[in-house]
Ligand binder design. Structure first.
Ligand code: NOJ
Length: 548
């Protein structure tokens, strides 16, 4: 046996975010209250009892601010307004209060790397022209070449094409994402002051924290050097630069002024777990998404290595781990795990599937994976619909694709719409209760014709369903003193292909990733299993929680 994770088991008064299960609400696709085919705050409010019965601790809400929706809300025109598609600030306040009454915390997204090109600051910058103070809040530069017709450097946008767009007066502005998402210049004091004011605006309205979009991208090398000059191990000109931590130290101090353990979670894509740990020191952010885990294939050795590295590295800074399998940017894991082929992550966030998914296999593994992630030390994220076992919708017709990635990639990358299809609640046909019966529009992305078995209504009460497995797991997790924050001890007598670990007091999680049934280790009872355990043996691609 070997001890992993240096963090001592914290006292029971440990802050909520060290153990929380946070459910991700992709607002456009969760529940449509007003019948326009797009999810909204009214829809989430109507589903609070569902979320309560599921047993989650908090909701991460994707951007709900005023936005032209060029990147579905990640292009914010006004950080203090709710987009009319989703509701109003008054409704958001009501929602936060109602969620709190259900014991559910609210963690909205904040998008500090870029604004919308419709933000008042960017419009003013365009109107004011080159050399104006208004342009200094963004990253405007003259072009290269004799007539300035070449972009200022060789950076590409994450969505394809150059990261620069030229405006009418000849200057170029930087956008690491779509042209409608100009990057803010975090060297400018106005930018710091504005975001701190925005955080306060929402903290005062009761939010419990923020998910920080592109947390690793805010600070650019002021020289804006070409990427071509980047040497191996050199400091990247825009990703994960040390100076971002100054921003987060200030944000941490700000959050600490408010009661109730307000907290941040960073979307930070870093090269190593060491670099990730630098975001979550005690004077920095509280937690960060663990994308290494998300990008690990269904392989016992690889998963164990990632779990060990994560716990060891975060342990050195006393931060809890987070465990994430899916979100609105990646192929749903029931579809990823349904592919036996080797790893196909080509870059952060981009998963290129090899061959068709075996969904029966992917679903079995997704059940086992849920028990694995919910038993690991720290917090966990559940992306809406994963509790229903939803697969990726891989056959959306090209004519309905909306992700800017599709256009920007010159139609070579279909983008992320397949994991964003509105979720099914009830009924036999679309919109499966996503929109009210008198809706005036169809769901913004079409739902598959064969989703009736995936609805909440169809799965509720069916003990074999994914939904009831999640409900049961979250119930056990909430009640069992061993689960949540803490440490784990591997049972090293488990054979290759089997992950087995113990948590104190008296809890063992076993996951069989091998091709042979595995006789369960000694236990007093099976607390939960992906499928009924027969003759004390755990079938391949299954997991069980045991009491000792
Ligand atoms: C990460 C978000 O998760 C993604 O959906 C968005 O497109 C980019 N950041 C840009 O804001």
């Amino acid at each position: 046996m070997n001890e992993q994770g240096a963090t001592p088991v914290p006292p029971t008064t440990a802050p909520w975010w060290r153990s929380a299960v946070i459910y991700q609400v992709y607002i456009r696709s969760f529940a449509d209250g007003d019948g326009d085919g797009v999810g909204d705050i009214a829809g989430i409010r109507s589903r609070l009892p569902y979320l309560k019965s599921l047993g989650v601790d908090a909701l991460w809400i994707n951007p709900w601010y005023k936005s032209p929706q060029a990147d579905h809300g990640y292009d914010v025109a006004d950080y203090r307004e709710i987009d009319p598609l989703f509701g109003t600030v008054a409704e958001a306040e009501q929602f936060i209060e109602e969620a709190h009454a259900h014991g559910i915390r609210i963690v909205p997204d904040i998008v500090p790397n870029h604004s919308s090109d419709q933000h008042a600051w960017f419009r003013a910058a365009l109107a004011a022209g080159p050399g104006s103070p208004e342009r200094e809040r963004y990253i405007f530069r003259p072009g290269r070449g004799p007539d300035g017709s070449l972009p200022p450097n060789d950076w590409d946008s994450r969505f394809g094409g150059p990261a620069w767009t030229r405006v009418a007066d000849g200057e170029w502005y930087l956008h690491l994402f779509a042209p409608q998402q100009p990057d803010l210049d975090w060297q400018h004091p106005d930018v710091h002051a504005e975001f701190e004011a925005v955080l306060r605006f929402w903290f005062e309205r009761g939010v419990d924290g923020f998910r920080i979009d592109v947390a690793h991208g805010l600070v650019k090398d002021p020289e804006l050097p070409d990427l071509a000059g980047l040497t191996d191990g050199g400091v990247h000109p825009f990703w994960d630069r040390d100076q971002v931590h100054d921003i987060y130290r200030a944000w941490r101090r700000l959050a600490d002024e408010y009661p109730g353990d307000r907290s941040f979670v960073a979307e930070a894509w870093t090269d190593t777990p060491e670099r990730l740990a630098s975001y979550v020191r005690s004077d920095g952010l509280h937690t960060a998404f663990n994308f290494d885990f998300l990008m690990t294939d269904w392989d016992a050795k690889d998963l164990r290595a990632v779990i060990d590295d994560t716990l060891a590295m975060l342990g050195t800074v006393g931060a809890p781990a987070t465990w994430v399998m899916s979100n609105h940017d990646v192929m749903r894991h029931a579809s990823r795990y349904g592919r036996r082929a080797a790893k196909k992550w080509v870059a952060n966030e981009s998963y290129v599937p090899a061959g068709p998914a075996d969904l029966a296999l992917g679903t079995r593994r997704a059940r086992a994976a849920a028990l694995l992630t919910l038993a690991l030390p720290g917090g966990a994220y559940v992306y809406q619909g994963e509790e229903l076992g939803l697969p990726e919708v891989e056959d959306l017709p090209e004519s309905v694709l909306q992700d800017p990635v599709w256009e920007r990639s010159g139609h070579t990358d279909r983008g992320r719409d397949g994991c964003r299809v509105p979720i099914p609640w009830s009924g036999e046909t679309a919109p499966y209760g996503f929109s009210p019966a008198d809706a005036t529009a169809a769901p913004w992305l079409p739902q598959p014709a064969d989703w009736a078995p995936y609805t909440v209504a169809a799965q509720t009460g069916d003990e074999t369903s994914m939904l009831e497995l999640y409900r049961a797991a979250l119930r056990v997790r909430r009640d069992h003193p061993a689960l949540g924050d803490g440490t784990l001890t591997w049972l090293d007598d488990a054979p290759e292909g089997v992950l087995a670990f113990r948590r104190e007091p008296g809890f063992v999680c076993v996951v069989n990733l091998s091709t042979e049934p595995y006789p369960l280790p000694e236990h007093t009872s099976v607390l939960l299993a992906g499928e009924p355990v027969e003759n004390g043996r755990l079938a391949p691609d299954q997991a069980a929680w045991l009491a000792l």
